[in-house]
Every structure is written in C-alpha cells, then in structure tokens.
Design a protein around this ligand. Structure first.
Ligand SMILES: O=P(O)(O)OC[C@H]1O[C@H](OP(=O)(O)OP(=O)(O)O)[C@H](O)[C@@H]1O
Ligand SMILES: Nc1ncnc2[nH]cnc12
Length: 162
C-alpha cells in the first residue's frame, strides 16, 4: 500500500511514508464487525510522523495557486489548518449538520457504516478559487464526493493520508 501510494505520488523511496504508516494504528472490528479502523490519533501522538504528514501535503500543494483548504469534520480538521497556514490559504470547515451558524449549503452521502451530511457556509469559497479537500482517509468515497459537490467544480485535487 505504502509503495503504491509512493509510486503514484512521486514519493518513491521517501522514508517518511513508512514512518507515517507505522504511526497509524489499525483497530479490527471498530466501530463494528468487519471494519479495519485506521486510527490516526496515534499518528497525532508522534510529532515527527505528524509533521511528515503535513510537510508532504505542503510540498505538493505550495506554489499551486491554491487559496482554499477545505477540511472534513472531524479528522480533516486535525491536518487541514496546518496545511492551510503553510501554503498561505484559507481554511474552510466542512461540518456535520446543524453545527454552522450561518447560511449553509448541504450535501448528503452514504458511509461505510451509515449515512451523513456535510455543510459549508455560503460565501466561504468564491467562484474561481482553487481548493483542496483534506481528510484522513477514503473508504467508499462518499464523503469525498460530497465535499467535492459542496465546493463545486473548482477543486484541484484530493489527497488521502493512506
Ligand atoms: O470514504 P467514506 O466511506 O465516505 O469514509 C471516509 C470518511 O469516514 C470517516 O469519517 P466519519 O464519517 O466516520 O466521521 P468522524 O471523522 O467524525 O469520525 C473518515 O474520517 C472520512 O471522513
Ligand atoms: N476503515 C476506516 N477507518 C477509519 N475511519 C473510517 N471511516 C470509514 N471507514 C473507516
């Protein structure tokens, strides 16, 4: 998995990827039978692996005229703001329902274990802005698809941690 990710992203031989992978704990059968839960809280405890993670995104997306880093609640909030600050972009939280106080647009989606919805404040992103979506992982892709629909077609790329 690490080798495939490295080859696809121009990071072949980069020792940071294995360190990141090693720092993610896999918890079988959480939150229900059959799910191999990828727990990034252990990555957050390892400051070197945490920094490597943010650095890889920053190296990839700096100087690409990206003005929006959209983070998916909750785990995209743990990585997105650091990346936004480092590349000089604004951070836009994509939140679960009824958390944002202003006018919102919403997108519903299916999860590996349920159904949910993401909301974004109207006006947080302007037409023509280039955005990236940050989250910790893709399972079915439902969350990522909803995030992209929220941002419209102005997004540039998405990158998962593992
Ligand atoms: O590709 P998908 O099938 O859509 O699944 C991936 C999403 O599921 C997890 O979040 P979750 O909805 O469990 O919320 P949490 O971060 O609040 O725990 C994960 O952080 C992604 O956002
Ligand atoms: N396997 C998984 N590990 C962690 N978070 C998830 N969200 C959906 N599937 C997941």
């Amino acid at each position: 998995m690490v080798e495939m990710f490295a080859a696809e992203n121009g990071l072949k031989g980069d020792p940071r990827l294995q360190a990141i992978s090693n720092a993610i704990r896999v918890v079988p059968h959480f939150p229900k039978q059959g799910i191999m839960f990828q727990d990034i809280t252990t990555l957050l405890l390892d400051h070197k692996a945490f920094k490597h993670t943010v650095d890889i995104f920053v190296e990839r997306y700096k100087d690409m005229d990206i003005s929006v880093v959209a983070g998916v609640e909750a785990r995209g909030f743990m990585f997105g703001p650091s990346i936004a600050l480092a590349i000089g972009a604004k951070f836009v939280p994509l939140r679960k329902p009824k958390k944002l106080p202003g006018e919102v647009i919403a997108e519903a989606y299916e999860l590996e274990y349920g159904r949910d919805c993401l909301e974004m404040h109207v006006g947080a992103v302007e037409a023509g802005e280039r955005a990236i979506v940050i989250d910790d992982l893709v399972a079915t892709g439902g969350t990522l698809s909803a995030a992209i629909r929220l941002l419209g077609t102005e997004y540039l790329a998405f990158h998962e941690l593992r």
